[in-house]
Design a protein around this ligand. Structure first.
Ligand code: HEC
Length: 151
């Protein structure tokens, strides 16, 4: 039936368009963390094999959404390598829903065992809480990582 084919193809192209938008938004992160999320040792930390640690717990997800929404500043050690750069708030022009999509895209790319479950409300509340200050960041990061095995 023609109409069925039509609906199916309209649906598929909608899905493809949504996926393309997510991939495009991840390009903002890939500028530093690279397409495959491997990062640049000593400059931009890896997301692959690392951000998966933030997805399973509410503390981890809260940390991740505030960090991505507000940017980051400070020193982190990941896989024995020190990173002391500044990460700008590269999603400032995106809506809460678009940032949630981007966080879910991160889960799909780098935390395949996680359920991509960020909502626009999660991002709205991260934005209300504001950018992470230095000490707050250290505390929230420690709390987020303490629920997963150190690496
Ligand atoms: C201009 C370069 C740049 C861009 C663009 C960028 N980052 Fe970063 N990112 C960094 C640097 C440098 C650090 C390490 C410094 C820090 O964490 O304070 C970092 C740290 C992080 C961390 C912290 C990991 C941890 O263990 O605390 C995460 C998660 C992250 N970035 C995700 C993202 C995501 C998602 C995007 C896209 C929305 C993004 N970054 C865009 C440079 C960048």
């Amino acid at each position: 039936m023609a109409w069925r084919r039509l609906c199916l193809s309209a649906w598929l192209s909608l899905c493809t368009a949504a996926a393309a938008a997510d991939a495009e938004d991840y390009a903002r992160c890939a500028a530093c963390h690279l397409d495959d999320g491997t990062g640049v040792p000593g400059m931009f930390p890896p997301l692959a094999g690392h951000v998966e640690r933030f997805f399973p717990s509410p503390a981890g997800r809260a940390y991740l959404s505030r960090l991505v929404a507000g940017g980051a500043n400070g020193t982190v050690r990941i896989g024995g390598v020190r990173y002391a750069g500044t990460m700008p708030a590269v999603v400032a022009d995106l809506s809460d829903g678009e940032v949630a999509d981007l966080l879910n895209e991160l889960a799909r790319r780098f935390a395949p065992s996680a359920t991509p479950s960020f909502s626009a409300e999660d991002v709205a509340s991260a934005r209300r809480a504001g950018p992470l200050s230095g000490t707050e960041r250290v505390t929230l990061r420690q709390r987020a990582l303490s629920v997963s095995a150190p690496r």
